[in-house]
Write a protein that binds this ligand. Structure first.
Ligand SMILES: Cc1cc2nc3c(=O)[nH]c(=O)nc-3n(C[C@H](O)[C@H](O)[C@H](O)COP(=O)(O)OP(=O)(O)OC[C@H]3O[C@@H](n4cnc5c(N)ncnc54)[C@H](O)[C@@H]3O)c2cc1C
Length: 459
């Protein structure tokens, strides 16, 4: 098994011919920087609202080849952030954001259907499981917050027997069912969006890195400039490189390994409903299946060291392919002797509040901070940013996610040093709990620091 920079989904979706880089100066109504889900949904929404809108989209690599084409394909609302929504925006504001995020899940499926994009969209429930006694009932505060937001029926507790009915594993205990969820083949969705944006007349330039965005909406690259009435910054983990955003986000990473097709294993475990599963560790494990019976197994919170070794063995945080396989075997012992075929990873744009952030500075409109949950929320982000770019005061641009009170991460070098220390403590805490031990007092204290500082970690 080799670690590849882009992973299985992009390989399965097939190559695309890159669009020509920007060469020279052009004008447009809106310039979009970044061709992931957020930039592409924004461009398509702009065309939907104003078909005559002239849009130039600039992408440093190839659209959809970043995290949007490499993620786990879990399509979630902001249900897991219910507590933060309530605390940050109150009952009414929080409920409006939550409802808007739930609408995006089926809207992505509808869009695929209407546009003939086969992104393997599957309306399948998310199952959050406890895998250690320490995780039992860990979802209770979120379930209570959802009830306060008027959405208590959106989740349902599952007994251990009910969890086993969806996927039998020796380590799965009780859990929480989130029916309004889905999965996609992420790269097929991203490349489908790219194809439809091109068809709609969006002028896409690839291998075109934006170097600077001026407050008047002018966007500068090495090869030319776009003079636009409005600019949209949708560059995910690269946002911190732009003036004024340095401490607005932190960058973590997530990684995935994929098995060979194992339909017999899925059959034996009774995992045939396409459920997207994750545990309740701080640095969570997540699992899903593919139509040909593979299992994608991912985990969050690693370092960025993997990127330096495309083609080499996956080895992040001591979490090499062998240990990924060993972890998978704990969940599904039937996988003994079965091969992992692919491994890959990508950056995660972590927001201090755990919620995505949208807003405007002059004629520049930004969105970032999906914190590992961007497949569904980037669709909502596209609606928000299109309304902001067109200066529309509507239900999207007035959501409380827009221009929230500013929160920042500590500046460097404290962020790197503190982050490394906290990450080590989180790994130690999760490992102790996996082994049925209580973490040591110092580990528990350091692991609790982000919460004490009002920072929310990716799940
Ligand atoms: C391994 C992994 C697993 C994940 N699993 C899930 C999941 O299961 N469910 C979920 O909801 N989320 C998941 N995520 C997160 C999800 O992929 C992202 O939140 C989502 O793709 C965000 O879309 P985006 O458009 O903001 O970012 P991106 O896909 O990163 O797009 C940003 C684009 O901007 C481009 N760019 C960067 N700098 C510049 C520049 N200066 N000029 C021009 N272009 C630039 C990049 O090349 C990139 O194409 C996962 C992420 C990873 C890495």
């Amino acid at each position: 098994m080799r670690h590849t920079p882009t992973g299985y989904w992009l390989e399965e979706a097939g190559a695309v011919e890159p669009a020509a880089p920007l060469a020279g100066d052009v004008t447009a109504d809106v310039a979009v920087a970044g061709g992931g889900y957020l930039g592409l949904w924004t461009a398509l929404r702009l065309k939907e609202l104003e078909p005559g809108c002239d849009i130039v989209l600039l992408e440093a690599g190839v659209c959809g080849h970043g995290p949007s084409g490499r993620n786990g394909g879990f399509v979630n609302s902001l249900w897991a952030d219910a507590r933060v929504l309530l605390e940050s925006f109150g009952r009414e504001g929080g409920a409006a954001v939550y409802r808007a995020s739930t609408e995006s899940v089926p809207a992505i499926g509808d869009w695929c259907e209407r546009n003939g994009v086969d992104a393997w969209y599957l309306a399948a429930p998310k199952v959050k499981v406890a895998t250690t006694p320490a995780q039992d009932g860990a979802w209770a505060p979120v379930a209570a917050a959802l009830a306060e937001l008027g959405a208590g029926d959106d989740v349902r507790e599952l007994s251990a027997a009910e969890v086993a009915g969806r996927c039998a594993s020796p380590v799965f205990r009780s859990g929480l069912l989130v029916p309004g969820s889905a999965t996609v083949q992420p790269a097929r969705l991203a490349l489908g969006l790219r194809a439809k944006a091109l068809e709609a007349g969006v002028r896409i330039h690839e291998h075109t890195r934006v170097r600077r965005v001026r407050p008047d909406g002018t966007v500068e690259t090495d090869g030319g400039r776009v003079r636009a009435g409005a600019a949209v910054l949708a560059v995910n983990s690269a946002t911190g490189a732009f003036a004024g955003f340095r401490n607005a986000l932190a960058v973590a990473s997530s990684h995935i390994v994929l098995t060979e097709p194992v339909p017999d294993v899925l059959e034996e475990a009774g995992w045939t409903g396409g459920e997207a599963i994750s545990d309740h560790r701080t640095l969570l494990h997540y699992f899903r299946t593919t139509p040909d019976g593979r299992i994608a197994f991912g985990w969050g919170g690693g370092a960025m060291g993997y990127g330096a070794r495309p083609g080499g063995r996956l080895d992040v945080d001591g979490f090499c392919a062998e240990s990924a396989h060993a972890t998978l075997l704990r969940f599904l012992p039937q996988l003994a002797g079965r091969r992992l075929t692919h491994a890959w990873g990508g950056p995660i744009d972590v927001s201090p509040s755990h919620l995505p952030v949208f807003g405007s500075r002059g004629a520049v409109h930004h969105g970032f901070g999906f914190t590992g949950n961007g497949v569904g929320p980037a669709h909502l982000g596209g609606r928000i940013l299109a309304s902001l770019a067109l200066d529309r005061r509507d239900e999207w641009s007035s959501l409380a996610l827009v221009d929230p009170p500013r929160k920042s991460f500590p500046p460097e070098p404290f962020r790197y040093a503190g982050g490394a220390l906290i990450r080590r403590a989180l790994i130690a805490k999760d490992a102790a709990e996996d082994e049925g031990r209580r973490p040591g007092a110092l580990t528990a204290f350091v692991a609790s620091l982000p919460k004490r500082l009002g920072l929310h970690l990716p799940r």
